[in-house]
Design a protein around this ligand. Structure first.
Ligand code: CMC
Length: 387
């Protein structure tokens, strides 16, 4: 920083410059609460353990959109609406069939969600019913987009969505072209519940910031997908699988591999969290699922490596796993391509994003923080030929 400027900056005017906005409370919300010390996560009043044990993804959607659980008829109505909204416009299918087969699925999802807005009525109202219908439509269409692109890029016929069954069942059916068994459906449903909502994470913040400009829900979900895609956020689950595959390819010892990376100051994906100072409660649930599924599908080595990595991370730098660590082996055991893992995260988190959108729209103020300017001031203009 230029000496001359340093004395111009009155830092006392900027008491809250926290890199990465750490510790900043930007919004109030009824959607979720994280106790980082205790490792607790609550969605609108219910602990993640209670929801994991009892809820379905559709009930969690209702909860995040209405701040209460649905009664039987409300749940049935929501399921019907979600099923009716599963189909995607033919222009979006054309795009999925014709875009590069080597594209990143998250990039394709981002574009396709953005395209959906071309086929939806322009925002004229801003009542809750209007927003809820949009939230339902986007939530219902994302699984169809992901499955359709995966089939198109693998030169397989795109499978039409079913007009019945759960979101989890229908997604696996569209992805694999065959009906999933009970256990696969339940596992996918549980993964959707665990990833649905998580406070003011980067993608939810992005989504709320876009909403605060009074832009539409497609824009905010599109922006949120862009934020989720990064490896420091949702993209970490794919990177966890890449790491396990790398260990396999190199025929490396997982403990030495991790120690080597730490020595080179490289991050181990799926570990660490801004808020949790202990094990992420979702990781705890996924850990059990990973163990069970890995053993059942003959991938126990991957699970054992994961446990060895977990212990090494704890011993070496005292950092615990987050949601992305064990979800990778869960999806792998289900035969899902690693580059779809973050898309599945988005397929679930859209419920939280849209819940936050509605909450923001109902009590909006433009998100407009400040930045501390640390550049030069009052430079003299130098003509281009003299620079
Ligand atoms: N591997 C190695 N070192 C780590 C890791 C890790 N995964 N996470 C944190 N650290 C170290 C980091 O190097 C730093 O050390 P030092 O103080 O010596 O420089 C210290 O811990 C603090 O880390 P930070 O990156 O400043 O912490 P943060 O709060 O800014 O970042 C995080 C949180 C999640 C971005 C970070 O832990 C990380 O990069 N983890 C790996 C990526 C990942 O798994 N992301 C998924 C997050 S959870 C799911 C989601 O919400 O999307």
């Amino acid at each position: 920083m230029a000496e001359s400027l340093k004395k111009d900056i009155d830092l006392s005017q900027y008491p809250h410059i926290n890199k990465g906005l750490e510790g900043i409370v930007a919004f109030s919300t009824t959607k979720s609460f994280i106790d980082g010390q205790e490792g607790k996560l609550i969605y609108a009043g219910y602990t993640i353990d209670t929801l994991a044990e009892n809820a379905t993804f559709e009930e969690v959607c209702f909860l995040l959109w209405n701040d209460r659980l649905p009664n039987e008829s409300e749940l049935s109505e929501l399921k019907t609406k979600l099923r009716k909204e599963r189909s995607i416009p033919s222009a979006v299918i054309n795009y999925l069939e014709n875009t590069s087969k080597k594209a990143e699925p998250m990039a394709v999802l981002r574009t396709a969600v953005s395209m959906l807005s071309d086929f939806h009525e322009v925002d004229t109202e801003n009542d809750k019913e209007f927003y809820l219908n949009k939230a339902i439509s986007i939530t219902a269409k994302i699984p169809t987009i992901i499955a359709a692109y995966d089939r198109a890029r693998n030169n397989k016929k795109i499978v039409e969505p079913l007009s019945d069954h759960s979101t989890a069942f229908n997604f696996l059916y569209m992805l694999n072209g065959e009906e999933p068994g009970d256990q696969a459906e339940k596992t996918m449903d549980l993964c959707l519940i665990l990833h649905a909502e998580h406070g003011m994470n980067a993608s939810t913040f992005t989504n709320r910031a876009i909403c605060s400009t009074q832009s539409d829900m497609y824009s905010s979900v599109t922006g949120a997908i862009g934020a989720l895609k990064g490896p420091l956020h949702g993209g970490a689950n794919q990177q966890v699988m890449n790491m396990l595959m790398d260990i396999d390819e190199q025929d490396a010892d997982p403990v030495d591999y991790v120690k080597g990376r730490l020595k080179r100051k490289e991050k181990i994906m799926g570990f660490g969290h801004r808020v949790y100072k202990t094990m992420d409660p979702r990781a705890r649930i996924l850990r059990g699922m990973s163990e069970k599924l890995s053993r059942e599908t003959g991938h126990e080595t991957l699970y054992e490596w994961s446990e060895a990595i977990l212990k090494t991370m704890k011993d070496e730098i005292g950092i615990d796993p987050n949601v992305d660590f064990f979800s990778a082996t869960v999806y792998y055991s289900m035969g899902i391509s690693p580059d779809l893992y973050t898309c599945i995260f988005a397929m679930s988190r859209v419920s939280g994003w849209t819940g936050h959108y509605i909450e923001q729209a109902e009590n909006n103020r433009l998100v407009r923080p400040r930045a501390l300017y640390t550049g030069e001031k009052d430079l003299d203009w130098v003509p281009v030929e003299e620079r």
